[in-house]
Write a protein that binds this ligand. Structure first.
Ligand SMILES: Cc1ncc(C[n+]2csc(CCOP(=O)(O)OP(=O)(O)O)c2C)c(N)n1
Ligand SMILES: [Mg+2]
Length: 327
């Protein structure tokens, strides 16, 4: 595969590579900080899956809505939530995007229409359908709600209900299934009689496409077409992105369900190395430029760590803030 220079202006190509490097470096640092117990609780990394967020999110407009899962650090970052407030949230500091009350799985930012982070498998799908319905009811025209979820969500009733209603009510939702082959330790074929997810979506009235999720250009082009269709027709679309996580499901996972060889084989398709290789082959970037982008990402991460370290804990007097109870 080679990059078509007409569809890849140099600044955009470099920006997408930088996007993926920012996610990768942020998450690698989070893993380290977890080992130091600076970050606690759950932590799910999307290392290896960066082309998903980097390929889809640039096509969205500020008025669009984004819903994701607990593996959402990169989605929040590319949606425009600052790395500082993401890192502070990881630490549980009140300067975090969810005031330190959410942590890794519950990044949330109303200002950028980033509607979370969700710990419930499949929990984001009805939210995305509801957001799209609200746009329709309130006369906000031309919006798209993008909903990211793992292939494990296909086993949930919420998947079927949400796609059915989105189809029936013609809701402008882009359903993005990040098929990384496993739901914790369960391979898709161990939980689904039919693993053709595009066919499942189609059976609910939602057209779709299956794409190589390790290739940034492939994801970018598929998402460009899909977002344009959802926006213009105000109807749902489904994209299944075949991807792979290089790390464990979360920080507590002995990985007994897959061979080391399999992981190594997928690492040969690292989306960052792949895209950097394409840029260099097309003479859109030199080694030095790629390294400079990487250094910028590393510096941004270190600044975010400093920000989080300097942050503060919520005072006890705020304990009941946001707690709603019926008398
Ligand atoms: C409703 C519900 N059931 C079970 C769980 C426990 N659980 C957490 S992650 C996970 C696997 C989900 O896999 P997938 O949707 O493929 O996403 P991935 O972790 O691969 O990104 C499960 C079963 C949960 N969080 N919510
Ligand atoms: Mg999965």
């Amino acid at each position: 595969m080679s990059l078509d220079p007409d569809s890849w202006p140099r600044d955009q190509a470099l920006a997408r590579l930088h996007d993926m490097l920012r996610i990768r470096r942020l998450e690698e640092r989070c893993a380290q900080l977890y080992g130091e117990q600076k970050i606690r609780g759950f932590l799910h990394l999307a290392i290896g899956e960066e082309a998903v967020a980097a390929g889809v999110l640039p096509h969205l407009q500020p008025q669009d809505k984004v819903v994701a899962t607990y593996r959402e650090h990169g989605h929040a970052l590319l949606r425009g939530v600052t790395m500082n407030t993401i890192m502070a949230e990881m630490y549980g500091k009140q300067e975090g995007c969810s005031r330190g009350r959410g942590g890794s799985m519950h990044l949330f930012d109303r200002a950028t229409n980033f509607f979370g982070g969700n710990a419930i498998v499949g929990g984001g799908l009805p939210l995305a359908a509801g957001l799209a319905l609200a746009d329709r009811q309130l006369g906000r025209e031309g919006c798209v709600s993008a909903c990211f979820f793992g292939e494990g969500a296909v086993a949930e009733g919420a998947f079927h209900e949400s796609l059915n209603l989105a189809s029936l009510w013609r809701l402008p939702v882009l359903f993005v299934c990040e098929n990384n082959l496993y739901a914790m330790g369960s391979a898709l074929a161990r939980t689904q009689g039919d693993i053709d997810l595009v066919a499942k979506a189609k059976s609910l009235g939602v057209p779709g496409a299956q794409i190589n999720g390790m290739s940034l250009p492939a994801v970018h082009e598929a998402a460009r077409l899909a977002v344009a269709q959802v926006r213009a027709q105000q109807t749902p679309f489904f994209i299944e992105l075949h991807t792979y996580r290089f790390r464990a499901h979360s920080m507590f996972d002995p990985e007994l369900y897959r061979d080391k060889d399999e992981v190594e084989r997928w690492k040969q398709h690292d989306p960052i190395a792949h895209f950097a290789g394409l840029l260099k082959a097309a003479a859109l970037a030199s080694d030095t430029e790629v390294q400079a982008l990487d250094r910028r990402a590393l510096q941004e991460v270190e600044a975010a760590v400093q920000f989080a370290e300097a942050g503060s804990w919520e005072p006890v007097t705020d304990l009941l803030r946001d707690v709603v109870a019926a008398a």
